[in-house]
Design a protein around this ligand. Structure first.
Ligand code: FES
Ligand SMILES: [Fe+2]
Length: 430
């Protein structure tokens, strides 16, 4: 890849081709329960500084951060019954960005109705599956995908958010990279625990296929039977910026060219004994990246290990210097599809993955290797006998920093003893 192509595929600002492509998809940007206490926060998305708030009528708004008047910071504004009011001179805006009040001007010159002429940038926001989603692209607005796990019963859900200091594309290339599991997760975890630990099972074959909503990768590993669902079903690189692993989604949402919001949504099936289980609210927590004791990246949890790979590649990976191998065929398919999508947009067509037909956007089925278990569950004893599922009952393996209250809530949902997690540790936020 030359430098020009690397720049083309990684720049996400409003006037860039890839910025245009990514803006044609809904992006999850927060958990809705984050706004129960603090109803407003600044967000930066694809290089744009914005404010996300929930007003007192519980309507979400996503508007530009600078007030139209004299550019004060609206993330310090106050939410009201309708919309958001600037803390400097009290101009107020609704969720469409329309100025609805100008206290001084409305008092001294109401006949001018000056406020009608003032509108700030505002983007559509929706809440679905406990996530707050934003659409920053052109009209008409596409469907917000209704993936089938969002509608499953009897599961404990949680949302995790982290800011990862590197470009989104190197994060997403990790979504179509089966071999890294063997090294980054299995072998590295073993060797962190014990320097001379034996290596885990090897990959013997990987395969990649395109489908309507992205790509699928499949693996043959020496410890798995040839007809294992890791080969017959596989995992999903969900288009354009998500990784779907059956029990969870990981979105890589560009903050700007050099930072990515990792937004993940987890579903843990409760044991059959706990049914029916209805979760009132989906907790959202922010995962720290740095280990306070060492000042180094946290490496104990699956996604933290991935973060280390991504940030290690640099703020924007220099693809002119990479030497691709045979395991990278999926990465090449992904890059090729991005080019094809850019061409589609040039022709005035939708890129891959945009859903327009509301009739098709209903509980959309995805390839799911553990479908049987995730939908129908097992008894707690059967879960304990399964090596993977029993790990999930001992600690939250995916990301570090889970608040104790969430773990306790999880254990209650699972009907198990809420013992402290083995690796609770002091961590600081970046
Ligand atoms: S700067 Fe916002 S009201 Fe004056
Ligand atoms: Fe990984």
């Amino acid at each position: 890849m030359d430098a020009a192509e690397n720049a083309l595929l990684t720049r996400v600002g409003p006037d860039t081709p890839m910025g245009g492509l990514l803006r044609r998809h809904w992006m999850p940007i927060a958990g809705s329960t984050e706004f129960s206490h603090n109803r407003i926060k600044p967000v930066r998305l694809m290089g744009e500084d914005l404010v996300l708030y929930k007003d007192l009528a519980n309507t979400f708004g996503l508007v530009q951060r600078a007030c139209a008047h004299r550019r004060a910071d609206l993330s310090y504004g106050f939410v009201e019954k309708c919309g958001l009011r600037c803390n400097y001179h009290g101009w107020a805006y609704d969720e469409t960005g329309q100025c609805i009040e100008m206290p001084y001007e409305d008092t001294v010159a109401p006949q001018t109705n000056y406020k009608r002429k003032i509108k700030i940038l505002a983007y559509p926001v929706r809440v679905h599956a406990g996530l707050v989603w934003a659409y920053l692209g052109p009209q008409p607005i596409p469907e917000l995908p209704d993936w089938e796990p969002f509608n499953w019963a009897n599961g404990y859900r949680q949302i995790i958010i982290s800011e990862v200091p590197c470009n989104w594309l190197q994060c997403q290339e990790n979504s179509i990279d089966p071999v890294h599991f063997e090294w980054m997760h299995t072998n590295w975890s073993r060797r962190q625990a014990k320097l001379d630990a034996p290596l885990g099972p090897k990959h013997l074959q990987v395969a990649f296929d395109a489908f309507e909503h992205g790509f699928i990768y499949r693996r043959q590993r020496e410890d798995l039977p040839p007809d294992h669902t890791m080969w017959s079903v596989g995992r999903v690189c969900l288009w354009p910026n998500c990784f779907f692993l059956g029990d969870h989604f990981e979105w890589r949402v560009p903050i700007d060219d050099e930072n990515t919001l990792s937004v993940s949504w987890f579903f843990t099936r409760v044991p059959n004994e706990q049914e029916p289980f209805v979760q009132e609210e989906i907790p959202t927590w922010h995962g720290p990246l740095i280990d306070a004791r060492t000042g180094r990246w946290i490496s104990t949890h699956v996604m933290n290990q991935d973060f280390i790979a991504w940030v290690g590649q640099g703020r924007i990976a220099d693809r002119t210097k990479e030497r691709l191998g045979l395991s990278d065929r999926g990465v090449l398919m992904l890059r090729k599809q991005l080019h094809a999508d850019l061409k589609s947009i040039e022709r005035g067509e939708d890129p891959k993955g945009v859903i327009r037909d509301p009739g098709k956007n209903n509980n959309i089925a995805l390839p799911i290797a553990e479908r049987e278990f995730l939908q129908h569950g097992l008894s707690v004893e059967q879960m304990r006998e399964n090596p993977t599922l029993s790990d999930h009952l001992k600690r939250f393996i995916f990301q570090a920093g889970q608040p104790r209250a969430v773990w306790d809530d999880f254990c209650k949902a699972m009907g198990i003893e809420g013992t402290p997690q083995a690796d609770d540790r002091e961590v600081i936020r970046t």
